[in-house]
Design a protein around this ligand. Structure first.
Ligand SMILES: Cc1ncc(COP(=O)(O)O)c(C=O)c1O
Length: 388
């Protein structure tokens, strides 16, 4: 740190220059992220509640009320009549809290968790932190976990089964209803990672599109991750963890002797009240109708992109269930690199050797058209170059 500070003007002007080095979501060039430009009302709410610390909520009862209400709004969308939960730092912390509760409840000596092969990498971190052995269950031809394999993986050490509603790579929805039946039959905890899909699937269903059940309406589902900082258009960090009811909280409770509240249930101690306020503001402002509109727009663009990619001769890895498109190419990794040099940030997925696009609210039809033009130009040049 410098000894003598610089003027506010000088600092802000340098910050502005540095900010320009970042890629803005609004430019429509970020095709690889599950985050997006925060809604304008979320920006305002976030700035108003910046100093509120939900880790010491007795000082900030207004913020606590907003967090409770934001969780209740999510619970209503996820059929969680008695659900309780928290706005946390993201999907990773939410998944951690769920598996922590599951491990504590089971009390197994050599705890194991059954994960789909498509599970998010956050579970690798969580297994290491919680001393859980991951047991991976294979997928079917549609990239969804196979319930029969999951059932075969259950042992007396199993503390939880995880299903994903909206996989990170392809946006697939695991057969949660079947996983729920298995969980109930064997008395095992089922956690649903709907970090991405939790604010898409309910609205797709309301719009009349086919999407399977995945929420607390299913008896076996004990907890759900759903992130406002993904399809909820809330500034980062804003994850969400919901438990079926308050009995689960006992297992992750830590006493906080010198604070204004007696205990905490989150991993983070000091945590942002701004995130809860921003999520609350988006939910109140958009309502279900606004979310339906948003989801519909993203899905229409997903289908447009899919059909145009196929028309250009690319094959889709799978028919999109949510707003994610993945396609194969002759040399997908190199093509992704070339696209990046043209300023398009799609992701290359090594496991599937494909290129993936997440169709977030910041993407507009004009961006998709520009992208397809560049993609087609690069592919044609490659085809020419490979002619003998
Ligand atoms: C399905 C799923 N779960 C969990 C996570 C982790 O979320 P975060 O990066 O907010 O910790 C992601 C991130 O993309 C995800 O797609």
């Amino acid at each position: 740190m410098r000894d003598k500070g610089r003027s506010r003007k000088a600092v802000l002007s340098e910050l502005k220059k540095i900010l320009a080095q970042n890629i803005a979501y609004e430019d429509g060039r970020i095709l690889c992220s599950m985050c997006t430009a925060p809604h304008s009302i979320a920006r305002t709410a976030h700035s108003w509640f910046l100093s509120a610390n939900l880790g010491d909520a007795g000082l900030f009862p207004g913020s606590l009320k907003l967090e409770k209400e934001a969780i209740q709004q999510l619970a209503a969308v996820l059929n969680g009549e008695n659900s309780v939960g928290f706005i946390v730092s993201g999907g990773t912390e939410a998944n951690l809290l769920a598996l922590w509760a599951a491990r504590e409840m089971a009390g197994a000596r050599n705890p194991e968790v059954i994960l789909p092969e498509s599970a998010h990498f956050s579970f690798k971190k969580i297994c290491r932190l919680l001393g859980l052995t991951p047991v991976y269950a294979g997928l079917d031809g549609a990239y969804r976990v196979k319930p029969s394999i999951v059932e075969r993986c259950i042992t007396r050490n199993t503390v939880a089964i995880v299903g994903t509603a909206g996989t990170t790579e392809l946006g697939m929805i695991d057969p949660i209803e079947k996983l729920s039946d298995i969980a109930v039959t064997h008395g095992v905890y089922l956690h649903v990672d709907a970090a991405f899909g939790g604010l898409v699937i309910p609205f797709l269903r309301e719009l009349g599109y086919a999407a399977e059940e995945f929420d607390f309406g299913l008896e076996g589902v004990k907890s759900i991750t759903v992130d406002p900082h993904k399809m909820g258009m809330t500034p980062i960090p804003a994850g969400g963890i919901l438990f079926r009811d308050s009995t689960f909280l006992e297992h992750i409770k830590t006493e906080t002797p010198y604070l204004t509240e007696e205990c905490q249930y989150t991993f983070a101690g000091t945590r942002s009240g701004a995130s809860a306020a921003a999520a609350w503001a988006v939910f109140e402002h958009l309502g279900r109708e606004g979310f339906r509109k948003n989801v519909r727009r993203c899905m229409l663009l997903t289908w447009f992109l899919s059909s145009q990619l196929e028309a250009l001769g690319f094959s889709l890895v799978a028919k999109p269930q949510l707003n994610i498109v993945a396609f194969k190419a002759a040399d997908a990794k190199q093509l992704c690199e070339k696209l990046r040099r043209q300023g398009w940030f799609a992701s290359y997925i090594p496991r599937l050797d494909c290129i993936r696009i997440v169709v977030m609210p910041h993407l507009k039809r004009r961006h998709a058209i520009e992208f397809l033009k560049d993609l087609s130009r690069i592919a044609q040049a490659d085809a020419e170059a490979s002619k003998p």
